[in-house]
Design a protein around this ligand. Structure first.
Ligand code: HOC
Length: 400
């Protein structure tokens, strides 16, 4: 199924043929008229690379560190909910691929397999040759937990505790979703989970605390007036009144570092630093929340400047080929995360397809780095990028 795929776009094409409409539209769609969804992708073409020649690029290293942990690649796995819609193994297969490539995976609150089982897969599949020469730093798989802050604080506390005791290394708090964005296709399709799938992390929560029946967070049910089940579930779970003050509460409640996902402005980046976050993810939720939010690559520089090196900055949104990764890293991201390609890969024979997706991305990144004359991914900087027709060019000339 994935044998003829040579790039991520090939996987996307396969995936559309394999999945039913309910699942395909759920993963594919963005908010409203999908301007941001498209722009996440098209804006990468504004940036060109400035390759340097004769740099001796026989050995190229992708290794990097994320909050002090060494991983084999700066390309991580974004939190994608409901992965069992793409393949029954869902997040378990994703964790196995993460384990084998010594990468970083972020597990969604909305996973179909519970966070404890996913951690086990991340740790327990066969041990792999991670050979190092003397003095070389060993890489290890990293698993972070993505958190939706719940209306009921004790639910949030339980999820934080479970993540900590299971061995997750950070909590990624999504801050762009006080309520779910309007995804037209999901409404048209009355999107819901099939009967055999569940939102596994929420199973053990006691909804009677909210005066609710457990069935209110039933992802198999759609609103009585039609529409998507996600609207129903999110309206019962999500804390719509979350503010920056709550981040301080979260920081105190969590034994793990906090990463804020969904920052799109310099102002919020500065507040994130002030709030004690260890890192931020420049993200517009894959264009699924606010339509006309900016493309992430376009606001990255402003955000990197605002945090002034105080915390790590990552990016997601529209990363589909190796050169996209180079552009984001050259503009100051420490790492990037990819979302939809995870489900494209999973839909093609589960772990096998997904593993190929990340092999392709890593290989493209390595090749393009070599052709740029860069031996170590951590050496990327503004001198490697030119933004056609934007003031990025003037910043560059100041540096040279
Ligand atoms: C509690 C409901 O990330 C998506 C998901 C949204 C999950 C809503 C949370 O579909 O983009």
């Amino acid at each position: 199924m994935s044998d003829n795929c040579v790039c991520l776009a090939d996987f996307e094409e396969q995936c559309e043929k394999i999945l039913d409409k309910n699942a395909w539209d759920y993963y594919r769609s963005g908010a409203d008229s999908e301007i941001t969804l498209r722009r996440n992708r098209t804006s990468f073409s504004k940036y060109f690379l400035r390759p340097r020649m004769l740099q001796g690029v026989g050995m190229v290293s992708l290794k990097t560190t994320l909050l002090g942990h060494t991983v084999a690649s700066p390309v991580g796995m974004a939190p994608v909910g409901y992965q069992a819609l793409a393949h029954p193994d869902g997040e378990l297969a994703t964790a196995r691929v993460n384990r084998k490539r010594n990468g970083c995976m972020i597990l969604s609150t909305m996973s179909n397999h519970c966070l404890e089982d996913v951690m086990q897969e991340n740790q327990s599949c066969e041990s792999l040759p991670n050979e190092t020469s003397p003095g070389e730093v060993r890489t290890a798989p990293l698993l972070w937990f993505q958190l939706y802050v719940c209306k009921e604080p004790s639910f949030t506390e339980q999820l934080l505790e479970r993540a900590y005791y299971s061995g997750y290394k950070a909590v990624v708090v999504t801050i762009d979703t006080p309520m779910i964005g309007k995804r037209r296709d999901d409404i048209r399709n009355s999107f819901k989970l099939p009967r055999h799938l569940r939102i596994a992390n929420l199973d053990s929560l006691d909804f009677s605390k909210l005066g609710l029946d457990k069935n209110v967070v039933n992802a198999h049910k759609v609103p009585s007036d039609g529409g998507s089940s996600l609207e129903l579930v999110s309206s019962k779970i999500l804390n719509e009144d979350l503010t920056w003050d709550d981040i301080a509460w979260l920081k105190a409640a969590s034994k793990l570092p906090i990463i804020l996902k969904g920052v799109l402005t310099a102002e919020d980046a500065k507040l994130a630093v002030k709030s004690g976050a260890s890192a931020i993810i420049v993200s517009n939720h894959g264009g699924r929340q606010l339509n006309y939010a900016p493309a992430t690559i376009e606001v990255l520089s402003e955000i990197v400047s605002a945090v002034n090196g105080e915390i790590e900055v990552y990016l997601d949104g529209g990363i589909r080929e190796g050169t996209d990764v180079i552009k984001a890293l050259a503009l100051g991201a420490k790492a990037v995360f990819v979302g939809r390609p995870i489900v494209w890969g999973l839909s093609c024979e589960g772990e096998k397809g997904l593993s190929k997706v990340f092999k392709i991305l890593d290989a493209e990144l390595k090749l393009s780095l070599a052709l740029c004359g860069v031996k170590d991914v951590n050496e990327l900087n503004m001198s490697h990028i030119a933004n056609i027709g934007c003031d990025c060019d003037s910043k560059l000339s100041n540096k040279l």
